[in-house]
Design a protein around this ligand. Structure first.
Ligand code: MF3
Ligand code: CO
Length: 235
């Protein structure tokens, strides 16, 4: 899983450097697809329930599962890129949101708080804690800054399958849920909306957008719980 996660991290890092005005999301997808294969991996999302691409590229009010296309990025956009890799029997899954050129101050704040919320959640991924301690830490950080957490999608266990038990919601009550144990591997992934938490799915059957058309951000890491705290595999 560490190797799968390393491939995810390396490719996301390279994609960061490609984000600029005029780039199409298809170009980002083509790059990721070829880099995954060059490193001996397989795109985890392509073919998953019929999903047609190797990355999800979700722009502005798109929350998750945006399908790469000929759409060109423009200054002021924010783009969430989600990438999953299968490598020698195991999965890695990671996501991040990036600014395209100069962006509005409130959009930068949305991105910052979402990433911070992910790290707050990861901080609770320790042996002996409860699963919803992670959820609660994320929710409190997000709502404390006036944003909202999406309910319709959640994080997940990950390992030999992309999605395993348990579900990892980005909302919940501290002290509740299964006890966290050494060796558990979780994909923690807050999806945070500037306005209402409601989302709807576009007619393509995939793209989730905010119901109020305000912006949304998404960060994700694959994490393993060790005896000495959380270890991030997609960093
Ligand atoms: N990070 C998301 C997930 O955990 C992305 C899935 S995209 C899909 O499920 F195409 F695979 F559905
Ligand atoms: Co995921």
């Amino acid at each position: 899983m560490a190797r799968a996660g390393r491939i995810v991290a390396d490719i996301l890092e390279s994609l960061k450097g490609m984000i600029r005005m005029g780039v199409t999301t298809k170009e980002l997808d083509d790059y990721a697809d070829s880099r995954i294969k060059a490193q001996g991996g397989t795109p985890a999302f392509k073919g998953y329930r019929g999903y047609p691409a190797s990355i999800c590229a979700s722009i502005n009010e798109q929350v998750v599962h945006g399908i790469p296309s000929q759409r060109r990025l423009k200054d002021g956009d924010i783009i969430s890129i989600d990438l999953g890799v299968y490598y020698e029997g195991f999965y890695g899954d990671g996501a991040l949101t990036l600014p395209v050129g100069p962006i509005a101050k409130e959009d930068a704040e949305l991105i910052r708080i979402t990433e911070e919320a992910l790290y707050r959640g990861i901080g609770m991924a320790a042996e002996g804690n409860r699963l919803f301690d992670i959820s609660d830490a994320i929710q409190r950080h997000v709502e404390g800054h006036g944003f909202s957490v999406v309910r319709l999608f959640v994080g997940h266990g990950i390992g030999r399958e992309l999605h395993e038990e348990p579900q990892v919601p980005n909302y919940g009550s501290p002290g509740q849920g299964p006890r966290l144990r050494e060796g558990m591997t979780l994909a923690i992934e807050p999806m945070v909306n500037a306005g209402s938490p409601e989302v709807r799915i576009l007619d393509d059957g995939w793209t989730a957008v905010t119901a109020d058309n305000r912006k949304s951000a998404h960060f994700e890491h694959t994490v393993v719980i060790t005896g000495s705290g959380p270890r991030i595999l997609t960093k």
